[in-house]
Design a protein around this ligand. Structure first.
Ligand code: KIV
Ligand code: NA
Length: 266
């Protein structure tokens, strides 16, 4: 099997081929998604919500994401693995950003890093790329700045499309190999995709992008509570696990588990 590389992202854009990505935070899901043919795995700081139990991504640290990223990178044979730079690991400037990116590349086996922000993060992207590390940019709704943005608000609506386009061009000019567009209207995402040379990845940005990315726990029906309307649920793992837990409990209580086949003899 040939590994997915940044050139495959660029080829996809040029040839109109779709790319798929899911988040992953552990080796079991990483191996499954890799073997199923998912093109890239993002070890997102959404681990804050989906692994560590925080309400936002803000508390997540590099020290928390690095072991998860190592597990994912170690489990894949084909998928491209992206480490997500957490809040507080790149904003003070290009030096801090490069130092954090080095940690992902040296300590985890990830193939690229992602960071949030367009114009405001361009110098950071430029420095990381100049060191030979591919950067996936992330614009539109950026969860690390949700308090500034006033919650989970759709970006790039109306006049906001001008800021979105400025951010998109800034990250392309800075050398990003791809850009995630989160929660923007489909038409705005189409404009960005048409204007840029690099591939675009939609997270709630409609169908006109090069690729699609979802948080795996939302997509597989494991997340408890509300999930965004742009997510389509492809499994109901909460129900599967609930049914399994109840069935096992009932079997233990009744004595049906463990049977002779589950017990050592002699
Ligand atoms: O952390 C994450 O899962 C993300 C995607 C939703 C883009 O950044
Ligand atoms: Na993220």
């Amino acid at each position: 099997i040939k590994r997915v590389r940044t050139r495959h992202f660029q080829n996809a854009k040029e040839q109109g081929i779709k790319i798929t990505g899911l988040t992953s935070y552990d080796m079991l899901t990483a191996a499954i998604f890799d073997q199923a043919g998912i093109d890239f795995l993002l070890v997102g700081d959404s681990a804050g919500n989906n692994v560590f139990g925080y309400d936002t991504t803000l508390p997540v640290t590099l020290d928390q994401l690095i072991p998860l990223t190592r597990a994912v990178a170690g489990a894949v044979k084909r998928a491209f693995v992206v480490g997500d730079m957490p809040f507080g690991s790149y904003e003070t400037g290009p030096d801090e950003a490069l130092h954090s990116a080095f940690r992902f590349m040296k300590e985890t086996g990830a193939h690229a890093v992602k960071l949030e922000g367009g114009v405001r993060s361009a110098e950071q992207i430029r420095r990381i790329v100049s060191a030979g590390i591919p950067v996936m940019a992330h614009i539109g709704f950026t969860p690390q700045s949700e308090h500034q943005l006033g919650g989970h608000v759709i970006q790039g609506r109306g006049e906001g499309v001008e800021q979105l386009l400025a951010d998109a061009h800034a990250v392309e000019d800075a050398g990003a190999f791809a850009v995630v567009l989160e929660m923007v209207p489909a038409e705005a995402a189409k404009r960005v995709t048409d204007e840029l040379k690099i591939p675009t990845i939609s997270v709630g940005a409609g169908p006109h992008t090069t690729g699609q990315l979802l948080v795996w726990t939302d997509w597989a029906g494991l997340t408890q509570g509300r999930i965004p309307s742009f997510v389509k649920q492809y499994a109901n793992l909460s129900q599967v696990l609930t049914d399994a837990a109840k069935a096992w409990t009932a079997d233990v209580v009744s004595g049906a588990y463990p049977g002779p086949e589950n017990s050592y003899q002699g």
